[in-house]
Design a protein around this ligand. Sequence first.
Ligand code: HEM
Length: 225
Amino acid sequence: MAWIVRLLKSSLGAKYVMAITGIGLYLFLVGHVAGNLLLYFGQDAMNAYALGLRHLPYGLLWIARIGLVIFFGSHITAATYLTLGNQAARPVAYQSKRFMKASFASRTMPMSGFIVFLFLLYHLAHYTWRVVAFTGERVDSLGRDDVYSMVVAGFQQPLISGLYIVAMLVLGVHLHHGLSSLFQTLGLNNARYNTFFRRVFPLLGWVVVLAAASIPLSVMSGCIR
Ligand code: HEM
C-alpha cells in the first residue's frame, strides 16, 4: 500500500496517471466522435442514438459520466503537479529561448490543455446543459429529444462553428504530443518500434480531431442540414 502512495506522490506516478487517464479520455473521444458522425446519416439515426445512450441499462450512462469526471480530474491534477514541479526545479527561466529538442506541441501542452478545458466547459454548457444559444425545447416527430436539429442549429452560426474548429485544432496539437510521448511514459520504448510509434500515434489523434472538425464544416457548407 505504502508503495502505491509513494508512487502517486512521485513525478513518475503523476506521469503514469497522466498516461493512463489520457488513454481513457482518448478512447472516450473516439466513441463520442464516432457517435456524432451519425449526423451524416440524418435526423433519425442521430436521435435514435442519443435516446439509446440516455436509456442505457444499469445506470451505465452515469457510471460513464462519473468515470469521465474522475479521469478528467486526475489528468488535470497530475498535469498541474508536474508543471509546477518542473517550474520549482528550474526557478530561473532559461536565458536562451532556443529550445533544443522540445517540439512546439510539447512546449505548449499546459496551454493547449487549458484551452481544451475551457472549450469543454463551453461545450457542456452548449449541448449538455443547453444554456448557450438555447432556443426552446426541441423534439422530433417521434417525440424524441431532437439532438440532430440542436447540433445543426448550433453549427449554422459561424462564430460557434469557428470556435469549435479552432478548439479541435488545439486538441489535435495536444493529442499529437500526448499520444507520441505515451509509449515512453509507459516504458514501452523499443528501438525496433520507436519510429513506428512516433509516426503512427500522433496520427491517431489527428484522425479523430479532423473527423470532429468535419461536422461544423459540413453544417456550414450545407452538406448536413
Ligand atoms: C464537433 C464535435 C462534437 C460534437 C458534434 C459534439 C456533440 C455533443 C453533444 C450533442 C453532446 C450532448 C449529448 C446529449 O446530451 O445527448 C455532447 C456532450 C459531450 N461532449 Fe461533445 N461533441 C463534439 C466534440 C467533443 C469533444 C472534442 C469533446 C472532448 C474534448 C467532447 C466532450 C463531450 C462531453 C464530456 C460531453 C458530455 C457527455 C455526457 O453528458 O454524458 N465533445 N457532445
